[in-house]
Design a protein around this ligand. Structure first.
Ligand SMILES: [Zn+2]
Length: 420
């Protein structure tokens, strides 16, 4: 008997060894909890979200694109979700509000990217707002290559019999609760490769009562719901050979009183992220980190491959893995575009590409020209545009571990100065 148990123990240990040597199957889930300002998060320190951060990191980030440039993006819900989904700002994805949405599906969502991979990936959505799937992801539309989501738990807000309107819209909190329980069950049982969970009620609480004990209470209640999903992820990691990436964030901050959002004030632009990723790069710092970094982070973690044209449009940078360059800027001098950037790795080389068209926006193909190579540490490159007059130039600075993109929009009524 004793011998038998020793054999059992040995064989168990061996299973443990071989499991350790196997590459773990990677899975990713991102959770958007609506409209919680970063200062409220940090004051309340909701225990479940901060438990995720304890496994990895918590940090402030920004939303809303770059202020006063072509990429400035209103701090509005559906606009924010789509920046997260596509890794691009509003000037590209074209979701301009919460209604009458005309998304430009040429900019692929992370769900489309997953489905365009050679090996099949299972996807899931758990959402208190059905438009997230039907409109923002564009499920079943020819423009999204008939995107299909494998596990769908949404549509509850359209079911007014099961969820009749309640005082203070508390039926939305009931829906969030159901959505999170479904998400936790699905993660536990089916373990989709890529999942998005969306919780709505915190935004309602702040719209009703601003910064208040009422809103605090519902931040903590929504946090507890997120805890159900986090428990399910931990269960999977303990019982299966899986490694999960979890990212929790919000779609926008709020104004000073907490009631509203949509503008470009610091508090409205300031968001936060929590992730269980143990190692993050310097992109995970408040000045760099933003909504558009989530898509490329998931892509890199999952090993998704992207067509060059799609990746060249991405405005974000992965906070997982190595980063070489960041903070690309541009200014014009007559017929020149002067690009400048910062470098984590000065010795690496960067290639600069330019296209004087934006055919991608209409579903066409831009011809990217290689216009130069330089050391990343030079942090600057000048491109002469004299022979290619246009109203838009798109630039790409490509380093071995990441790339950055920027537009140069020219006013046709302000021509180049004559060449001397
Ligand atoms: Zn919102």
């Amino acid at each position: 008997m004793r011998q038998l148990s020793i054999i059992c123990l040995l064989s168990l240990l061996c299973v443990g060894c071989s499991k350790k040597n196997e590459t773990k199957v990677r899975k990713a889930i991102f959770i958007i909890v609506d409209g919680i300002a970063a200062d409220n998060m940090e004051r309340l320190q909701p225990p479940c979200i901060f438990d995720i951060a304890k496994a990895g990191h918590y940090g402030r980030a920004y939303c809303g694109g770059k202020v006063s440039t072509y990429s400035q993006t209103p701090t509005v819900s559906a606009i924010g979700y789509t920046s997260i989904l596509t890794g691009t700002w509003m000037n590209k994805h074209n979701v301009r509000g919460n209604g009458n949405i005309e998304a430009n599906y040429n900019y692929w969502t992370i769900f489309r990217i997953a489905k365009e991979q050679e090996r099949p990936y299972k996807t899931a959505i758990f959402s208190s707002w059905t438009d997230n799937r039907t409109i923002l992801l564009g499920e079943g539309r020819p423009e999204t290559n008939n995107l299909k989501i494998d596990y769908v738990y949404d549509g509850y807000e359209l079911d007014t019999l099961q969820f009749p309107k309640q005082k203070d819209d508390l039926h939305i909190y009931a829906i969030d609760s159901l959505v999170c329980h479904k998400a936790a069950d699905c993660v536990r049982q089916d373990a989709p490769d890529l999942s998005w969970a969306y919780l709505w009620y915190t935004d309602d609480a702040y719209h009703l009562y601003g910064n208040s004990t009422y809103s605090d209470e519902y931040v903590l209640k929504e946090d507890a719901l997120i805890g159900k999903i986090w428990d399910a992820v931990q269960y999977r990691e303990q019982h299966f050979n899986e490694e999960w990436l979890v990212i929790v964030t919000t779609d926008h901050g709020r104004d000073i009183m907490g009631y509203s959002h949509g503008g470009q004030s610091d508090r409205e632009r300031t968001i936060w992220m929590a992730t269980n990723l143990k190692q993050v790069n310097k992109q995970f710092t408040p000045a760099s980190l933003s909504h558009v970094d989530i898509n490329p982070t998931i892509c890199r973690f999952m090993g998704f491959k992207l067509p060059k044209d799609v990746s060249f449009e991405m405005d974000g940078t992965s906070f997982y893995g190595k980063r070489d360059i960041y903070d690309l800027n541009i200014y014009n001098y007559e017929d020149k575009a002067i690009l400048s950037w910062q470098a984590d790795d000065s010795e690496t080389m960067v290639d600069i590409y330019m296209t004087p068209t934006n055919l991608f926006k209409e579903g066409g193909k831009d011809t990217w020209q290689h216009v130069g190579t330089t050391r990343a540490g030079n942090k600057q490159f000048t491109v002469d545009l004299h022979d290619v007059p246009s109203t838009i130039y798109k630039f790409e600075v490509v380093a071995p571990n990441n790339q950055l993109t920027i537009w140069d929009i020219r006013d046709p009524n302000r021509p180049f100065a004559p060449k001397k």
